[in-house]
Design a protein around this ligand. Structure first.
Ligand code: IMP
Length: 192
């Protein structure tokens, strides 16, 4: 089955292709000839994921899915959340975002956090949402070279290493994205 994923994030494309396995062919924005950066200015993950999926659906006439993900930190009332990608401000990178977060949590003993992924699917013109959550806690300093984004400071529940240090196979079998994609796949199996 061909699936259009409205993203040009290569890390995510690779993770999702691994999770989906050989029964699915994942097409990226580049594969469908879309070179634009799709805006995601909305206040919730759900709104942003839907906006990205609608953007592709309207302009390219294709069914597709899109995701938006945030790291939600309990002691910061859910921040950075929907602002996770640009937490340290425009022009800053993932390392800047992590360092800003660690600085804000200096002296904080409640390190509980979760990744929440929301997938919006447009399927035969109808919209559906799927959510995946992985709970865990934040370290005091980055560790591990793998993954991307906040992976080096997030230890998932039941493990003692960060997503940055765990193998991609382990991350992809327990992650927020895996949990949301599993729901998407079950839905597609029932409804295709
Ligand atoms: P996006 O808007 O869905 O691309 O994700 C927002 C930000 O959340 C990204 O720029 C990353 O910093 C972070 N993020 C998303 N998924 C992950 C993940 O699996 N691990 C670590 N950070 C992530």
């Amino acid at each position: 089955m061909n699936l259009v994923f409205a993203s040009s994030n290569l890390h995510k494309l690779r993770e999702i292709a691994d999770i989906l396995g050989p029964g699915f062919t994942l097409l990226s924005l580049k594969d469908i000839g879309c070179k634009e950066d799709i805006p995601e200015p909305w206040p919730t993950l759900e709104d942003n994921a839907l906006a990205k999926a609608r953007y592709v659906n309207v302009r390219y006439g294709l069914d597709c899915f899109a995701d938006d993900t945030g790291l939600e930190v309990e002691a910061l009332d859910g921040k950075p959340g929907v602002m996770s990608a640009r937490y340290a401000g425009p022009g800053k990178n993932s390392r800047d975002n992590m360092l800003k977060l660690l600085e804000e949590l200096k002296g904080e003993t409640n390190r509980r956090a979760r990744f929440r992924a929301v997938i919006a699917l447009i399927h035969y013109g109808q919209e559906f949402l799927f959510e995946g959550i992985v709970n865990g806690h934040l370290t005091h300093q980055p560790s591990g070279e793998g993954g991307f984004g906040y992976d080096p400071i997030f230890i998932p529940e039941g493990y003692d290493q960060t997503f940055g240090a765990l193998s991609p196979g382990i991350k992809n079998s327990i992650s927020h994205r895996y949990r949301a994609i599993e729901k998407l796949v079950q839905f597609l199996k029932k409804n295709s």
